[in-house]
Design a protein around this ligand. Structure first.
Ligand code: NAD
Length: 256
């Protein structure tokens, strides 16, 4: 159990982040949810987790594209035993047409936020004498697809940052690993279905089976609960000697 431990999950008012926060709360951790909005429904998500799992849960608004806001999130949380760097966005375009603002936003949110949050969290973990950093990378942190230049670059960067973080903490009770999901059914992926169907002139169902899950040999989406369970494992005693590596949850994608 993670009783008394505090987990901060960036980008956790939906999708994988919320699923990871739920599984950490189920395992007994107090959780800090985050996104860039500050709506009643964001705070209600935290209240719901607290009620369901009997833990302390808070929502702290912070824009992960802003380095100062990343560092302020960790400071405001007051504790950080487990840091899950999860916030991420996607944009799909050929390199020559890729909007510069989108490139900058993806690099900032998907990659640099992990650097800033880790930089702020490590001193807190060192003081506590224990810490676990889990970076949500992607199969696109290990392989590439056309038209996803910023995303693939950022996720490869996150895998690199994971290794450096692990080396800098190797002789402390701190580990850092990356989870590399294939396709997980979340709003981020659902938003790609209509575009993909239109691009290939297919129904949405065909687009899912033939295009989106083309590289996922299982032909099934992973679930947010499975990603959350993997994060819980990486924070459990069985994983104490696992550091600086990646765990794929991708239905065989990276075996192809
Ligand atoms: P999602 O859109 O459901 O969740 C993204 C989260 O990030 C949301 O909570 C959103 O509010 C938050 N976010 C976006 N911009 C932010 C900002 N500027 N500041 C703070 N929070 C911000 O998508 P998801 O699929 O759950 O993605 C979560 C992570 O998992 C991402 O890093 C994504 O790249 C990664 N991932 C997803 C899949 C997949 O198939 N869904 C596969 C591999 C990796």
């Amino acid at each position: 159990s993670f009783a008394g431990k505090t987990a901060i999950v960036t980008g956790s008012n939906s999708g994988i982040g919320l699923g990871v926060a739920r599984e950490l709360a189920r395992a007994g951790a107090n959780v800090v949810l985050n996104s860039f909005t500050d709506r009643d429904e964001d705070h209600k998500l935290a209240a719901g987790l607290a009620a369901e799992f009997g833990v302390t849960a808070r929502y702290i608004a912070a824009d992960m594209s802003d380095p100062d806001a990343c560092r302020a999130l960790i400071a405001q949380a007051g504790a950080c035993d487990i840091l899950v760097n999860n916030a991420g966005i996607q944009h799909v375009s050929p390199i020559e047409d890729f909007p510069v603002a989108k490139w900058d936003a993806i690099i900032a949110i998907n990659m640099s936020s992990a650097f800033h949050c880790t930089a702020a969290a490590l001193p807190v973990m060192r003081k506590a004498g224990w810490g676990r950093v889990v970076n949500i990378a992607s199969a696109h942190g290990l392989t590439a697809s056309p038209y996803k230049s910023a995303y693939v670059a950022a996720k490869h960067g996150v895998v690199g940052l994971t290794k450096v973080t692990a080396l800098e903490t190797a002789q402390e009770d701190i580990t850092c690993n990356a989870i590399c999901p294939g396709y997980v059914k979340t709003p981020l992926v659902e938003a790609q279905i209509p575009d993909t169907a239109a691009k290939y002139g297919m129904t949405e169902e065909e687009a899912v089976q033939k295009v989106i899950l083309e590289r996922q040999p299982s032909k099934q989406f992973a679930t947010v609960e499975q990603i959350g369970g993997t994060a819980v494992f990486l924070c459990s005693p069985a994983a104490d000697q696992i550091t600086g590596t990646t765990i794929s949850v991708d239905g065989g994608w990276t075996a192809l």
